[in-house]
Design a protein around this ligand. Sequence first.
Ligand SMILES: *Cc1c(COP(=O)(O)O)cnc(C)c1O
Length: 433
Amino acid sequence: MDELKKYYLESGISEKVYDYCAKIEEKLKDRYDKIDKIAEYNQIKVQQAMAKCRLAEEHLKGTTGYGYNDSGRDTLEKIYAEVFHTEDALVRQQITCGTHALTIALAGNLRPGDEMLSIAGPVYDTLQGVIGVREEKGSLAEYGITYDQVDLLPDGSWDFDGIKNAIKENTRLIEIQRSKGYDTRPSLSVEAIGEAIKYIREIEAERGYKNKIIIMVDNCYGEFVETIEPSDVGADMVVGSLIKNIGGGMAPIGGYICGTHECIENAAARLITPGIKKEVGASLGVTAQFAQGLFMAPTVTAAALKGAIFAANVYEGLGFKAIPDSNEDRYDIIEAVTLGSPELIEAFCEGIQSAAPVDSYVKPVPWAMPGYDCDVIMAAGAFVSGASIELSADAPIKEPYAVYFQGGLTYPHAKFGIMMSLQKIVDKNSSIW
Ligand SMILES: *Cc1c(COP(=O)(O)O)cnc(C)c1O
C-alpha cells in the first residue's frame, strides 16, 4: 500500500471509499489540465493589471478615518477595472456581502418609475427581498421600482421572444445572474450572456429607446472560471462578493462592482453619499489582503472547479443526480448533488465539516437563516466566516434535497472534503454502493 493511501486510511477514509475515489480521479486528468490552462491565462491577466497600474508596496498600508487620498484603495480599484476591462470599479470592505453589492448597484442605478427585468429566471434568494418580490421594508418596490422576469426555457436557453415582449420603454436595468445559485437551472457561459446582450441591444436600437438599458450581471461564483468575463461581452456592470472566487480566500470581507463610469458613480453615491461618492472609505489595511487575494484567485478558483468536477463524478458514479453532470462544461464553481433525503444531506455536510481546517469538531445542523424561506444547513470551517470560496456546502432543507457544494482553497483539500462527505454517507447508509 502506498504511503499516501495509508495516510488517507489513518485520516478516517475507508479503503473502499479511497479506491473508488482514486479510480474516479484517474479519468479526470485531461479536464484538470484544461482548468489549469484557464488559471494560467487569468494569473497573467491579474499580474499584468497589477503591473500596468504600478501596484507598489506603499499601496498596501491603508488609511484610517475618512480615507481621503487612499492611493492603495484607488489603485486596487484601477486594477479591478483593468481585469474586467471596464471604465471604473468600486471595491470596498464597506460593501458587506454580495447581496449588498448587488443592492447598491441596483438602488444606485434605478429611479422611481423604472423597471428592472431579470432574464435568467428568479434572482438569488436574498435579492427577492431587496427587489420586493418578497415583501421587505426598504425594498426597491417601496421606492416605486417595478420588477419583471423572464424564465429560461426548459433546456436552459434564452427565451428570446419572452425577452422581447418583456422589454418596455421604462425597462432601465436588466439583470443576468451568471450562476444558478440555489436553483437547479444550468449556469450561464459568458458566451451565452453575450448572445443575450447582443439581442437586447438589437431590440433597443430597433425601438429607438431614449435611455440605454443598463445590463448588470450578478457575477458571484463566476469570476475566473473562464478567460473572459461578462464585461468583455457588453455587460455594463458586473457585481460580486470578495469572499467568493475573486477574493482568493484572502479577502476578509468586501464586494465589488465594475462597470461604466456612470454606473459606478451611481453605485458609489448609494454606498457612500451623493457628492462624496468614491472619495472616502478608509481601507484600514485590508488592501494588502484584497490585492493578494485577487492575485491568488485564478488558482484558487481552479482548485474549487476541480473539486466540483471530482464531486460530480464521485456522486454520479453512485447514481445521484449531479448538476452540472460529470461531463458538462463549467460556468461557476458550484456543484449541486441531489441526495434525496435530509439524512444524506446532513451526512454530506458532516463530512465536509469534519474535513475543515477550522471548527472541524462541530456538527452542522439546519437552522432558519435570515433571508431564506426554509431551514438551511451549512457546513463551513473557514478562516473567513461564511466564505464560500473555502470548502463549504449548504442545502435548503426542502425538495429535492439537493446539496450545493463549493469552494476549496486547494485541490487536495477539496478532494479530501468530498471523500469525507462520501465516507459519512456510507457510514450512515452502506446500501448506496
Ligand atoms: C452568493 C450569491 C449572492 C449573494 O451573496 P452574499 O454574499 O451571500 O450576500 C448573490 N448572487 C449569487 C448568484 C450568489 O451566488
